[in-house]
Design a protein around this ligand. Structure first.
Ligand SMILES: Cc1cc2nc3c(=O)[nH]c(=O)nc-3n(C[C@H](O)[C@H](O)[C@H](O)COP(=O)(O)OP(=O)(O)OC[C@H]3O[C@@H](n4cnc5c(N)ncnc54)[C@H](O)[C@@H]3O)c2cc1C
Length: 234
């Protein structure tokens, strides 16, 4: 319909109600950029509640629904504001190059470019069980980032939303900690995308969690950095 705002989130699997829970995001855009308010059923009081975006405590893969409201509400509607004014956001990874290769920044070209990039990077859940990125990119104090950058000059470093902090690439840290492509029984770290844990067939949740802990330990031992899970573990 020619409405701009969520094209960069193309091909993120999941239902609308889950989108605000971890403030889904990709390629420089997040659900919080368009969400106006979230409607929910409150389990304890049995009443309906509406929360403006300002009260949803959105952050990097974070929201009030993963903390104070965890398990206490069922999201029933998400109101988003889109725009007819073109607002391309191409400054992340290969997006601009892929969009140009398709003839420029139209909504359709951006969506197709994002889908194409994602298909080369992420395993298809229909073929290989996975939850997408299992870990969040760690946000560390600037001096810690600088110390690591001196030691590892090729380490990717991104600005963080919080002042005095920097964001590291969890995938790079996992790779350099020797865990990319690592397999243990029926679970493994994807060989092309170290952020993704894969179920090679029949693995249980406990096996996936045990592998996640092993990856976290490997990164901590190598870099002294904690990587938190993006996946919401109960
Ligand atoms: C291949 C792949 C790629 C992915 N890529 C991305 C990505 O690029 N960016 C990104 O942010 N995520 C990504 N994800 C993660 C996932 O797509 C999102 O987290 C999505 O929002 C999950 O939707 P779901 O409906 O499957 O929710 P579920 O996984 O079923 O639920 C997620 C959490 O939200 C809670 N929840 C779900 N629905 C509601 C509701 N209505 N009310 C209250 N709580 C609720 C659940 O209890 C659970 O804690 C990816 C996943 C896969 C498998």
């Amino acid at each position: 319909r020619g409405l701009w705002g969520i094209e960069n989130l193309s091909l993120i699997p999941g239902k609308a109600g889950a989108a605000p829970v971890q403030n889904i995001g990709a390629y420089g855009r997040e659900a919080k950029d368009v969400i106006e308010r979230v409607e929910m059923y409150c389990v304890e009081s049995g009443s309906m509640l509406t929360l403006d975006a300002a009260h949803c405590e959105f952050g990097y893969r974070e929201s009030v629904f993963k903390h104070a409201l965890k398990g206490r509400v069922v999201i029933t509607a998400v109101e988003i504001a889109l725009t007819r004014t073109p607002q391309p956001h191409l400054g992340y990874g290969d997006v601009e190059r892929e969009v140009e290769a398709r003839g420029g920044a139209t909504l359709r070209n951006i969506r197709e470019a994002i889908i194409a990039i994602r298909r080369t990077k992420l395993p298809d859940t229909a073929e290989l069980g996975n939850a997408g990125s299992f870990f969040k990119n760690p946000v560390v104090d600037q001096p810690v980032a600088e110390r690591l950058k001196t030691e590892w000059p090729d380490m990717p470093l991104y600005p963080a939303q919080e002042p005095g902090k920097a964001k590291l690439a969890a995938g790079w840290l996992i790779d350099k900690a020797g865990m990319k492509g690592y397999r243990e029984g029926r679970v493994g770290v994807h060989e092309r995308q170290a952020l993704v844990l894969v179920n090679l067939g029949g693995a249980t949740g406990s096996e996936v969690i045990a592998l996640a802990r092993k990856v976290q330990t490997a990164v901590r031992d190598r870099f002294g950095v904690e990587i938190d899970t993006e996946v919401n573990i109960l």
